[in-house]
Design a protein around this ligand. Sequence first.
Ligand code: ZN
Length: 299
Amino acid sequence: MSFRTLLLIALAVPVVLLGGAGLLGLTIPVPHWGRDYVLRFDLGEAAALLSLPPVSGPDDPQRPLVVIDAGHGGRDPGAIGTDPEGQRISEKDITLALALAVRDALLAQGGVRVALTRSDDRILPLAYRPEIARRLEADLFLSIHADSAGDRSEVSGASIYTLSNAASSEAASRFAARENDADRLNGVRIAGQSANVSAILVELSQQRTQEDALDFANLILREADDRLAFVPQPRRAAALAVLRAPDVPSVLFESGFVTNTRDRALLTTAEGRAQYANVLARAIRVYFARRRVPAGSGE
Ligand code: ZN
């Protein structure tokens, strides 16, 4: 296929998917609740052994589902800090306590379904974490971490990561390559389509997912306002494996530094954790509220 043909397809596919379908009164198969033209993919055998965590909240698959991922666990402690009494504090314990607090804050208000990638102190391979979100058909994925600044104990504050564009694009093409043998992408038949077309479909899906992730990251900042302290330039992009799900908007929240006295005090007390949990739960709620299907359209 010539480059010009490929370019034409690249230009035509969005028009057909987003504009043309609307004009013709057709609808693109919608995975579920508010996900519009984000495609979903059948899962490979690699994840077949993965055991899925329970989903808490309303027993209604129409309700939005957020998967909260407590970073590290088991023999991977993550960053280590030491409190004034010489007690070691592990990132894995901070992230788990924070994930549980966010879950409880969401469940207390109802309406949102929540699953945790881990709810105890266990090791969980990095690749499993987004895969759990995908297999549960989650609408949002939030990975929680805490940082270390080594000897620079004055460094403090939270930061928010989304997948970098280059990494996002690369993840999309890898995914497309893997999925090219599958005969359908979420009901959109791709058997007989060229590899280029399916690559473009995956790329489009990933772009939409990325936009949603950016929106969620900005909502965390907005909801935090003066309730949480951030590092300078807290919005960051990186090639993080845990953010690579092509069809679940994913954000990594670095809550603070275990090496900083003030951050540590917030992250290791129930009152401090509640501040984080309230901000994150609010951001999740606003994110879902913005995507709610209007009343009467079948929700
Ligand atoms: Zn971490």
